[in-house]
Design a protein around this ligand. Structure first.
Ligand code: 5AD
Ligand code: SF4
Length: 462
């Protein structure tokens, strides 16, 4: 009987996509997904180490897995992959005897071989591969996409920026660009498989330069992806403010299928803190960039990442972050309390000196401020009609769907599951800080009759 696998994913979109790749590799090697009734023979825990809390989740999960083993249930092979695996290597296997395989971020393609070694009892019972793996290629068609609507496509792996708080250059290695031809082939393949939205992924995605076509920068990449027939929405994550060029702004402005949304990590609004974070831009430069983006695209939605309690962050520095957030009025924000990460410059040189209760106070103030801004922005949309790409059944109600606008705002509305993957015009009736909700008025441009949402699910073709 075919062996069953389960992959548990922590962390960023890059990790979600790695897991889709590992799932594809395992299925090519003859594994099938585990089900509720038939438990896994292999559990892969794909880890994140960007913040301390993310890493702690791995250890909590390993404790659960070994507790399940003590219950006498059959023991699955346990593989720990990704950033914590890369960071801890051999020592992870030594400290956690229940772990059979450790695979770093750059050796994921070796997972099926390492599993075969462990299952056949070749060598030790533990297999570790965290060697750097320079090859950024991935065989076309192997990835098992978990999302019916959007496709993640890697364009750059690794990062050379060494922001002082960030572990990523140590876990994902130095920056490597994927050939443009590979990217375009993967986008075409994903679209042929029914995906309408493409998410280009890279640690600093807008640093892209095509290794196989001289002169093609990130703007050129957007143009090339935009030309692929069938691509209807293009998003990308994450750009670095420092690499947002006039060419990139112009490409976003003129290419209609590039979403009018930019995630522009700020981290801090204080020049003193930005300098110690090694972000290489100032508050003023960031604000100039926001002005340039809005001058070119008045409707552009901006979102960001913020860190509170970075070493030496004073109350005044934090006020600078708050004032910048109030000025930019982001449509969404991810905010984090600083935690020192292994190998990083900040962990080595700067004492983690903002007390935990003060970090908590600051993050609450920041999140409350942001919540008020989001509510106001969302309320202003009530009464208008927005175009939503339906992507899932709503988390709130089984007879509702959820999707996102081009600006990346979540919208809930009544509708049948076979609308997933379609563009729905929704008239917005209610707004909360995190989402909008309303009534569908048309499906793929075909108007619905008043009061009729469910019966006409088949009315409009794709
Ligand atoms: N502490 C807190 N937040 C961090 N991030 C990255 N490193 C740290 C750290 N050491 C946040 C940044 C980054 C996001 C992915 O995680 O905001 O943009
Ligand atoms: Fe980390 Fe900076 Fe690289 Fe982003 S750009 S991954 S924050 S080092």
């Amino acid at each position: 009987m075919a062996k069953r696998y389960l992959i548990e994913t922590f962390g960023c979109q890059m990790n979600v996509h790695d897991s889709e790749r590992m799932a594809g590799l395992l299925e090519h090697a003859g594994y099938v997904p585990a089900t509720e009734d038939a438990g896994p023979d292999v559990v892969v825990v794909h880890t994140c180490s960007v913040r301390e809390r993310a890493e702690d989740k791995l250890y909590a999960r390993l404790a659960e897995l070994s507790a399940a083993q003590d219950d006498g249930r059959s023991k699955p092979v346990v593989a720990v992959t990704g950033c914590v695996a890369q960071q801890e290597g051999e020592s992870l296997a030594k400290r956690h005897p229940g772990v059979d395989i450790v695979v770093g971020t750059q050796a994921l393609k070796r997972l099926p071989d390492l599993l075969a070694d462990v299952e056949q009892g070749v060598g030790s019972s533990q297999a570790v591969d965290i060697n750097p793996y320079e090859d950024v290629s991935f065989p076309l068609g192997v990835v098992r996409r978990s999302d019916p609507v959007k496709a993640y496509v890697t364009v750059i792996e690794g990062c050379n920026d060494y922001c002082s708080y960030c572990v990523v250059p140590y876990t994902r290695g130095h920056e490597r660009m994927r050939p443009l031809a590979d990217i375009v082939a993967e986008v075409s393949h994903a679209v042929q498989g029914g995906r309408r939205e493409v998410h280009l992924l890279g640690q600093i995605v807008n640093h892209y330069v095509a290794p196989d076509r001289p002169g093609t920068d990130f703007a050129g990449l957007l143009e090339a992806v935009h030309e692929v027939p069938g691509v209807e929405r293009i998003r990308f994550a994450s750009p670095h403010p420092r690499h947002v060029t006039p060419r990139m702004i112009e490409a976003m402005r003129v290419l209609p299928r590039v979403c009018r949304h930019l995630h522009l990590p700020l981290q801090s609004g204080s020049n003193r803190v930005l300098a110690r974070m090694r972000r290489r831009h100032t508050r003023e430069q960031y604000l100039d960039l926001v002005d340039a983006l809005r001058a070119a695209m008045p409707s552009i939605a901006l979102s960001t990442d913020m860190i509170v309690g970075f070493p030496g962050e004073s109350a005044e520095d934090f006020e600078d972050s708050l004032s910048l957030v109030r000025r930019v009025r982001y449509t969404s924000m991810f905010s984090f309390k600083y935690s020192p990460r292994p190998h990083t410059l900040a962990a080595k040189r700067l004492p983690d000196d903002v007390p935990e209760p003060e970090k908590t106070r600051r993050i609450i103030v920041l999140q409350d401020t942001q919540k008020d801004i989001q509510l106001t922005l969302h309320q202003a949309v009530i009464g208008s009609t927005v175009s939503v790409l339906a992507d899932s059944v709503s988390r709130r109600r089984a007879d509702e769907l959820a999707g996102r606008t081009g600006s990346n705002v979540v919208v809930n509305f009544p509708g049948p599951p076979d609308w997933i993957g379609r563009f729905i015009d929704v008239r917005v009736e209610r707004a909360g800080p995190n989402s909008l909700s309303g009534r569908p008025v048309s499906v793929e441009g075909v108007p619905l009759r008043t009061g009729d949402t469910r019966l006409h699910s088949g009315a409009a073709g794709r």
